[in-house]
Design a protein around this ligand. Structure first.
Ligand SMILES: Nc1ncnc2c1ncn2[C@@H]1O[C@H](COP(=O)(O)OP(=O)(O)OP(=O)(O)O)[C@@H](O)[C@H]1O
Ligand SMILES: [Mg+2]
Length: 429
């Protein structure tokens, strides 16, 4: 546009005008403001918008993913476990958003409340991925219908099997006489047809059988933390956190997404260093750390190899046996951990804890990614474990199963005795 040649300048000016109109029409000038407003709706503070993604907390990262989809203005959304790692506020927000979203949504979710309120069709995959049933109805109605279908299929199968066996018996009798051979043949054919026309009866979903390890003996207070603080640049995550974990004690850590819960657990586990303060290991301490995003798994090594690193005394036979009870069989055990599904990674990480004889478990949202049946299993195991546990969770059921004596509120680091009132806080945090 600054050209000396008036013709060139003129042409450039026109082109600029056109492009500018187009930019405006496509919402270019409004885009940044719109993006910022979506981010703030999702409670993403401004400061994190410049952070590299890998430094975000689990919940923050999920919100960014959602914000990106919402910003794209897509008319169809495909969401794979969107509520994992989100705190209760964000889950409620997402549920309301999806309820009124005018476009189509395909959602994979273990969050029954979410699907209960949002969906009007259900695709149900069975454990062997061999049958997909489609129900054109909402969730609650689907649950009833599914049960009725199962019953019907079972009855039909039993009936058909009975009839078929009568026919086969008849056919066997007839078959002995040459004059009745044709009739016998027909009966066999009918029996076969009866059986082949049946709808598949579902195989019950398998669930991992789970018990946490017998904790190795240890002193009265296996883990102590004094005056911990952590900053990232000028951002203070927490200061002056004290914590004493006595043998067998149960502590729950609460706080919103980004409050510093994972940071604290990583420091307790010895993965990260605090800026100030010290961690004191008591006599006999053995830590079992379950990382929120499975960072403790070596993605390049196989399932079995990962398992073997969890304990020095573990034999391969024993490792395979435990893996089997966590539903890893045959070929599964030679897969690299990196290709596992979210739920499978969770199962592997839990299996590694089980063989570790840890006496202090640091569990960072261990029920995310699990289907309801597997979740029940781990809650049962948690309830029966005799070692000490520090649990971070947005899952009320998990905290209830732990039955904690104490609660630590982040980012303040305030410690208190557990009372029922704190249970209400979980549904808020
Ligand atoms: N390397 C880093 N650089 C800058 N900020 C960081 C870094 N690592 C973590 N943070 C910030 O520290 C805060 C605490 O993160 P942390 O993962 O401990 O949260 P959290 O309580 O576990 O949250 P969530 O419930 O989402 O898992 C977050 O605001 C996060 O963005
Ligand atoms: Mg976290």
């Amino acid at each position: 546009m600054a050209s000396e040649d008036p013709q060139v300048a003129d042409r450039a000016m026109k082109k600029y005008g056109n492009l500018n109109d187009r930019f405006l029409a496509l919402g270019g000038y409004a885009a940044e403001a719109e993006a910022a407003s979506i981010a703030s709706n999702l409670n993403l503070p401004d400061r994190i918008l410049d952070q590299p993604l890998k430094t975000l907390s689990g919940g923050q990262r999920r919100r960014i993913e959602l914000a990106r989809i919402l910003f794209s203005g897509a008319d169809t959304m495909i969401l794979d476990e969107p509520t994992n790692h989100l705190d209760a506020d964000s889950v409620v927000w997402l549920r309301d958003f999806l309820k009124t979203y005018p476009g189509g949504v395909i959602v994979i979710s273990h969050d029954i409340e979410l699907v209960g309120e949002v969906v009007n069709r259900v695709f149900y995959l069975d454990a062997n991925r061999s049958v997909i049933d489609i129900y054109n109805m909402g969730w609650r109605q689907y649950l009833k219908q599914r049960e009725a279908d199962q019953e019907r299929r079972k009855k039909e199968r039993a009936n058909a099997e009975k009839k078929a066996s009568v026919l086969q018996l008849q056919a066997a009798k007839f078959g002995a006489k040459a004059t009745k051979a044709a009739a016998a043949h027909q009966m066999v054919r009918r029996a076969e047809k009866l059986l082949s026309g049946l709808e598949e009866v579902r195989v019950a979903d398998r669930v991992a059988k789970l018990r946490f390890p017998d904790p190795a003996p240890c002193g009265r207070t296996p883990l102590m933390a004094n005056d911990l603080s952590k900053n990232y640049g000028s951002l203070e995550i927490f200061t002056a956190v004290d914590l004493a974990i006595d043998r067998g004690s149960k502590v729950v850590v609460l706080g919103l997404n980004g409050a510093g819960k994972t940071t604290l657990l990583r420091i307790l586990a010895g993965v990260d260093k605090p800026d100030t303060g010290v961690i004191e290991a008591g006599h006999g301490l053995r830590i079992g750390y379950y990382a929120q995003e499975h960072e403790t798994l070596d993605v390049k090594r196989s399932v079995l190899e990962n398992m073997m690193t969890a304990s020095t005394t573990l034999t391969e036979t024993e490792a395979r046996r435990v893996l089997g009870s966590f539903l890893f069989t045959g070929d599964d055990t030679s897969k690299p951990a990196g290709v596992l599904s979210g739920g499978e990674k969770t199962r592997l990480a839990l299996a590694m804890l089980v063989v570790s004889s840890a006496n202090v478990l640091l569990l960072d949202e261990p029920t995310n990614n699990l289907d309801p049946a597997s979740r029940e299993e781990i809650l049962g195991a948690l309830a029966g474990y005799t070692g000490a546990v520090v649990l971070v969770s947005h899952d009320e059921g998990a905290v209830e199963a732990l039955n904690p004596e104490r609660v630590l509120i982040m980012p303040d680091g305030t410690e208190d005795l557990w009372t029922k009132d704190y249970a209400d806080l979980i549904s808020l945090a």
